[in-house]
Design a protein around this ligand. Structure first.
Ligand code: UD1
Ligand code: CA
Length: 424
């Protein structure tokens, strides 16, 4: 067994083309920050040793990294991709194998491709490989320069001649290098005279000139190496990853009635024979059981768990809630911070008032309860087993409804059934 490469993800760039106050790598595609996509791809490919180069003031980026358990390297000034890599020299001093270098703005890359790239790099016994793509949309990418088929270097668009611009093979910004050789040669790379930056791409020419062969591994689908520099590329990444997720669910036995009108965040779990109707939005971390009907026009946000056989119908919004088996929430409801039991029926227009202006509170609706249309449940509150609320009831906070009882009115009171004719 050969040693797995270490990975170095470059995430210190300013991301100016996003025109944003948020660091570029924290922008989300399919509900997940760009940087996190790259980290999980690298990890899924089997690489354990991962470093991320970040800027000096990137506290939010750093907290994401802590969360993901990867190490950081700081690049104080953004002096280019080559300079960024050099900042990791110390951290990688004891690493003698290969180094996979990737930009943090390539969220569509798949782990399978990373594995193939590593395999082809090893099979060819070279010390540097570039992941490339053939595309009609080469704008903004570095072009691969070849002579008699052999790679000579990479030309950035700004520096490219018209003929070089016509080259259809682009640089993905993803490379494999012999670690020691890379750092040695990077020091020979001069700053680009125009941008005053040290380009990582220029190391290829330095390598070739010193007699090292550089090989390309081409991805079959250029979409995979899309670099997100602009908001419109962010939308593209969102679509590509979103569609890929929908295909995965389809293969698992989920019906997605109209994929182009459905959003499911990356990593959502959906059971077999569930149907997702159009205009449905399912956010990150949501888990849905088997045989459910979701939508049309449903919104399931963070930390929602839906059991088997549940209906979540039109204009229903759920957040941080758990829904028990065979419960129906068919129309026009909002449930936040709510635990709903099994076989509950939530009438149209039911709303949990879960926010008092300062804090969110929980609502519990136990098995078999029947919530009448237009009920407002002011949290914190519990509706007992098989309890009922009348249409339009406002159940006030801290007034639990006992099991089997019915409450009606505003504020809701327990209804006592009197026999007709009997005296009070
Ligand atoms: C880069 C490549 C280009 C390639 C494209 C693929 C260079 C010079 N160009 O261009 O050939 O086709 O990616 O998408 O490498 N970064 C730092 N520190 C810096 C500068 C950048 O960490 O000082 C990081 C950025 O956060 C980003 C990555 O490096 O994640 C790439 O930088 P970016 O400015 O996006 O490069 P491109 O112009 O896209
Ligand atoms: Ca880029």
């Amino acid at each position: 067994m050969m040693r797995m490469p270490a990975a170095l993800i470059l995430a210190a760039g300013r991301g100016e083309r996003m025109n944003s106050d948020v660091p570029k790598v924290l922008h989300e595609a399919a509900g997940v920050p760009l940087l996190e996509h790259v980290i999980s791809t690298v990890r899924e490919a089997g690489i354990q040793r991962i470093y991320v180069v970040v800027g000096r003031n990137a506290s939010k980026v750093r907290s994401l990294l802590t969360l993901n358990g990867v190490k950081t390297v700081v690049q104080k000034q953004q002096l280019g991709t080559g300079h960024a890599v050099l900042q990791a020299e110390r951290a990688l001093k004891d690493h003698s194998g290969d180094l996979l270098v990737l930009p943090a703005d390539a969220p569509c890359l798949r782990a399978e491709t990373v594995r193939e790239f590593i395999r082809s790099h090893r099979n060819r016994r070279v010390r540097a490989s570039i992941l490339t793509a053939l595309t009609n949309h080469s704008k903004g990418y570095g072009r691969i320069l070849r002579r008699s088929g052999q790679i000579q270097g990479i030309r950035e668009e700004l520096e490219a001649s018209p003929a070089e611009r016509d080259v259809a093979e682009i640089n993905s910004g993803i490379y494999l290098f012999d670690t020691k050789l890379l750092f040695r040669k990077l020091r020979e790379v001069k700053r680009n005279p125009r941008k005053k930056e040290r380009y990582l791409t220029d190391v290829i020419e330095v390598l070739v000139h010193s007699g090292n062969r550089v090989r390309a591994h081409r991805v079959r689908n250029g979409q995979e190496v899309l670099g997100v520099n602009t908001r419109s590329q962010l939308s593209m990444a969102h679509q590509i990853i979103g569609q890929r997720e929908l295909e995965r669910h389809s293969r698992n036995g989920v019906t997605i009635q109209n994929p182009s009108q459905t959003f499911v965040a990356k990593g959502v779990r959906i059971g077999r024979d569930t149907i997702i109707f159009p205009f449905t939005w399912i956010g990150p971390g949501v888990v849905i059981g088997r045989n459910c009907e979701i939508g049309p026009f449903a919104k399931l946000k963070a930390r929602v768990r839906v059991g088997n056989g549940v209906t979540v119908g039109s204009f229903v919004e759920l957040v941080r809630s758990e829904i028990g088996e065979r419960t129906c929430i068919k129309h026009l409801s909002y449930l936040g911070d709510t635990k709903v039991g099994r076989k509950v029926n939530i009438g149209a227009g039911t709303i949990t008032a879960n926010f008092d202006g300062k804090r969110k509170h929980r609502t519990v609706i136990q098995d078999g309860a029947l919530i009448g249309s237009n009920t407002v449940l002011v949290a914190p509150v519990t509706i007992g087993r098989k309890a009922k609320t009348g249409a339009g009831a406002v159940v006030v906070a801290r007034h639990p409804v006992p099991s089997g009882k019915t409450v009606v009115g505003v504020p809701a009171r327990i209804m006592t059934t009197k026999k007709r004719g009997s005296k009070g």
